[in-house]
Design a protein around this ligand. Sequence first.
Ligand SMILES: *Cc1c(COP(=O)(O)O)cnc(C)c1O
Length: 357
Amino acid sequence: MKYEIRVEKTPNPKAKPDPSTLEFGNVFTDHMFLMDYKEGVGWYDARIVPYGPIPLDPAACVLHYAQEMFEGLKTYKTKDGQVQLFRPDMNAARTNKTNERLCIPLIDEEFYVDAIKALVEFDKDWVPELEGTSLYIRPFIFGNEPFLGVRPSHTYIFCIILSPVGSYYKGGMAPTKIFVEDEYVRSVRGGTGFAKIGGNYATGLASQEKAHQLGFTQVLWLDGKEHKYIEEIGTSNAFFVMDGVVYTAPLEGTILPGITRDSVIQLLKDWNVPVKEERFTIDDVVAAHEAGKLDEVFASGTAAVISPVGELRYVDKDMIINDGKIGALSQKLYDAITGIQSGTEPDAHGWTVKLKD
Ligand SMILES: *Cc1c(COP(=O)(O)O)cnc(C)c1O
C-alpha cells in the first residue's frame, strides 16, 4: 500500500440496525476513513477512526465557495459470505476527473481503492445480508483552509463514510413519474455537469422540489443551451428505448459519466441490443410516443441501479410509457446488474472486486 493506514477502534460500538427497516443514507457505521492534504506535503496521515464530527473553522473555504466533491458506490455480501465491490476503479478515476475540474489535488487511484477496502474490511460486520440491501460507500473531499479569498484551498480532507442501505424499492421495482424541467437547467458545455460535486446538487434542488409539488418523482433535465436535448433524470443517467433502439446522451461534458450507465451500455452490446450514445431531443421522444414507438424509459445510477419511468410530463403533454409498467429491458438490466453485484450471476467483465483481491 502506498500509505500506511493507522487505526483507532471505537470504544463504543453502536447497535446494528434491523436490516428490514433500512432506508437510504441515514445510518452510519462505527468508523470512518480520514486523510489530510497540505500544500508542499501532499496527502498524509491516512487513518481509520471512530465515526464522528469533523472540526471545521467557520471560515473553511468549503462553506463559502463549495470546493467539494463526492463519490458513491456499494458493496454487497454474497451468498457465501464474501464482501465485494462493484467497479471501484471507476470511482477512483472519476474522482480525479472531478478533482481536476475543481482544482482539488489528485489522489493515487490504487490507494483510493485500498482505503475503501480497508475501511469496509474494518466495518464488514455492517454489510447487511438481506436481499436487496448493501453497504453504501461515500468518499468525499473538501477544502478546509480558513480563508475568505477566492482561490483553491491549500489544505483538504479526504473522508470515507459507510452507510448500510435498504432495497431502493420497498415491495419491488416501481415505475416513476418524471417531470421534464423546461425552466431551470443543470449544466452547460464547459461547466461542471460531468463532475460529481455538491454544487451541482444544490442547484438542482429547486427543480426537484417543484417536481415533488406537482406530484412527480423526479425531473428530466434538458440541455442548458437550447433546452431541447435530453440529458439526465434527476441524479441518474437517462435511457430511452425508441423503436427497439436504446438512446442515451453522449459524454460531452454536460452529463455525469455514470458507472451504471457504462455497465448498461456494455450489457446491451453483449446482448446485441442496438444502443446509441448520441444527442436526441424531447421532440424526438414526443414523436416516438405519438407513433407508439416509445417502448421504454429508464434511469440508471448506483442507488436504484435501474429505475423505470412510467409517465413523462412535458409542458402539457402527458406520456404514459409501456402502460405505466416496468419494461422487459429495464427488468432484464436490473436483474443482470444486481445479479453480478450480489454474486448470483457470473461476472463476465471482471467488474466485481473482493476485499482481499
Ligand atoms: C452519480 C450520478 C449519476 C450516476 O452515476 P453512477 O456511477 O451510475 O452511480 C448520474 N448522474 C448524476 C448527476 C450523478 O451525480
